[in-house]
Design a protein around this ligand. Structure first.
Ligand code: GCB
Length: 607
């Protein structure tokens, strides 16, 4: 079922990776209709020769890099380019040279030496193309990128962030329609890489582990092979943990099952003193005298859901943690290893067992760190805020299914990812939502039968039409923030009631995927008032006795909104962003962070 793969670029004896990150040229299209770049074919020449460009780092959002508010708030086509060299040996006619973007927001077109090579729809997932045939020897090559951050009713997320050809509107026309609550950061957000493979190559690998009663593990592998010419035969060899298999590639596939008698299992760090055991699954294919080698990191673990519990390797797992954002000062939604590592260290400092990638797929580099550290992840799709009837149209559904396919293709081998969240706060009470979510759930399960499915629900137990198709129920609730202003003590009763009702309707495990309150670091008052650190602490703590009441039965997790403060559109209820972080945007702890750290330690050690 898996599509052509999105294997992370890695060096091996048959592959070389070259980074194109760094400083690129950049230009926004300030023309009335944002179409000058296409009319004047900016991609056909160096961007610098088309007009005034500035320097822009990649990866990063472009919004917060300059002091120009029209760049911060820009909507429309933004242009990037840079030159690069490839060694002559890459242009021997026997080598694929693949240009890969880890992600750019939102709609992207890429040219190489003036030739269009690919387009991609969606902000968070990789896309790539073999560009070997377009590259020049002995002179620099040019990559040009046009990226458009316009969002409409059928993008994921859906929104009304657009420019108009109606002269009555000035630019930028910028409205979230209340559909999602984070800044629409844009640009080339993830790494850009070139990598080589032989003409016949390993295009995808997937590994699914099942634990057997006798303590052994069955590891089912599927390897997709591309570029085998004519009637050539391709053979393959795989090995994991000293267990080997080999055979002939049939119809582009190599499939089999490895039996590991004494497996080293991958465990979350809260369930084992030796968490995050990653192993190398080595794949080699050979055809027509050419060999391609790829080493896929895998972790052997099995996930199951019962009526009451979430099991990892047969042991009950409790999701005590946070929901996050990819959001940093200056960098926006760009990525940087130091900041990722800091977040991982803070998660562990707070004794967090798990987080949710609200509200879109996070960088592969982050998932790699979670694999290694044994931090459990719920991988969320970018379907945040499907609220209007129009958001459930077939064109959105079609795109949603495509995004699920890309996300699963990219992330399926990460042991840290234990569940798919297919949406956040959709109007799952609308009649159109029923068939929509049935289709997304069935397709997702078909793409990956090894992981349970959920979504973050803010609808009522009596009107929601989507949870019947889920394995786990996740609820977002703000009883003592958006309701009952100033009364931190009003969450427990409605929370208890709701958990009981949901459980009665659906005999499924339930967790809270968001709850929290805003606090501006440094604001203090006792008795507490809203926006103080004391209020945030007491608002969060009001829920805890209820969670504890149900923890021994069907309640499987509590995720606080949010790990850290984050940027949003400007709004009366937002104070230079959303302040529900346990940490500030600069990653310094508020009062509540210390209490959460203590609670999570006791939950973990009581396990
Ligand atoms: C929610 C949304 C999240 C918001 C949060 C809030 O329910 O899922 O994106 O940021 O509430 O703070 O209002």
């Amino acid at each position: 079922n898996y599509c052509e793969g999105l294997l992370y670029p890695k060096d091996s004896s048959s592959r070389l990776v070259k980074d194109l990150d760094g400083i690129w040229h950049f230009r926004i299209d300030r023309s009335e209709l944002r179409d000058e770049g296409f009319k004047e074919k900016w991609y056909s020449q160096a961007l610098q020769s088309t007009g005034k460009t500035i320097l822009m780092p990649v990866p990063a959002s472009f919004n917060d890099i300059t002091q120009d508010p029209s760049i911060r708030d820009y909507v429309g086509w933004a242009w990037y380019d840079r030159n690069f060299w490839v060694p002559d040996s890459w242009l021997d006619g026997k080598t694929r040279v693949v240009l890969r973007f880890g992600g750019a927001h939102y709609y992207t077109i890429v040219w190489v030496n003036g030739n269009e090579v690919m387009t991609h729809d969606g902000g968070h997932l990789p896309f790539e193309a073999d560009i070997a045939g377009l590259l020049d020897k002995g002179q620099p090559n040019r990559v040009t990128v046009a990226v458009n951050n316009t969002l409409d009713a059928h993008t994921l997320p859906p929104a009304a962030i657009t420019f108009h050809d109606n002269p009555r509107y000035s630019y930028p026309y910028y409205s979230y329609d209340g559909q999602f609550d984070f800044f629409n950061y844009a640009g080339i957000h993830r790494s850009v890489k070139l990598y080589t493979t032989p003409k016949a190559y390993i295009s995808d690998i997937s590994v699914v582990t099942e634990l057997e009663e006798d303590g052994s593990a069955s590891v089912a592998y599927t390897v997709m092979v591309g570029g085998v010419e004519g009637n050539n035969e391709a053979t393959y060899e795989v090995s994991l943990s000293g267990v080997k298999d080999s055979g002939t590639v049939t119809d582009g596939l190599a499939k089999g099952t490895l039996k590991i008698t004494d497996p080293t299992l991958w465990w979350p760090w809260t369930l084992s003193s030796t968490p995050g055991a990653m192993q190398s699954f080595q794949v080699q294919i050979t055809t027509g005298g050419l060999t391609d080698v790829y080493r896929q990191s895998v972790g052997l673990r099995e996930v199951k859901v019962t009526e009451d519990q979430f099991l990892i390797n047969g042991k009950p797992f409790y999701f005590h943690g946070v929901s996050k954002h990819e959001d940093w000062d200056i960098l926006g939604k760009g990525i940087n290893d130091a900041l990722l590592m800091k977040d991982i260290n803070l998660l562990k400092w707070m004794n967090v067992a798990a987080f949710r990638t609200s509200h879109y797929p996070y960088a592969e580099e982050m998932l790699d760190l979670c694999d290694k550290e044994g931090i459990v992840v719920i991988g969320e799709s970018p379907a945040v805020g499907l609220q209007l009837e129009d958001n459930f149209a077939n064109v959105t559904l079609h795109h949603h299914l495509e995004v699920m396919r890309e996300m699963i293709t990219r992330d399926k081998n990460h042991p840290s990812v234990v569940m798919w969240s297919i949406a956040n706060e959709p109007h799952s009470d609308l009649p159109v939502a029923e068939n929509y979510f049935k289709t997304v759930a069935f397709t997702t399960r078909d793409l990956d039968p090894s992981r349970p499915i959920t979504f973050a629900c803010n609808q009522a137990y009596y009107s929601d039409k989507a949870n019947q198709f889920m394995d786990v129920i996740m609820l977002n609730r703000y009883f003592n923030w958006y309701d009952n202003n100033g009364r931190a003590d009003t969450a427990a009763d409605p929370m208890r009631y709701e958990l009981q009702q949901w459980r009665e309707v659906h005999k499924k495990p339930i967790m809270i995927s968001e709850y929290g309150a805003g606090a501006i670091a440094g604001f203090h008052k006792d008795p507490p008032v809203m926006w103080t650190e004391e209020f945030q602490l007491s608002a969060i703590m009001d829920y805890w006795p209820v969670f504890d009441e149900f923890r021994k039965t069907f309640f499987i997790g509590e995720l606080i909104w949010n790990f850290a403060d984050f940027q949003t559109a400007q709004a009366a209820g937002r104070v230079d962003g959303n302040r529900k972080g346990l940490l500030t945007r600069e990653r310094q702890p508020k009062l509540a962070a210390h209490a959460v750290k203590q609670r999570y330690l006791s939950l973990w050690q009581g396990n």
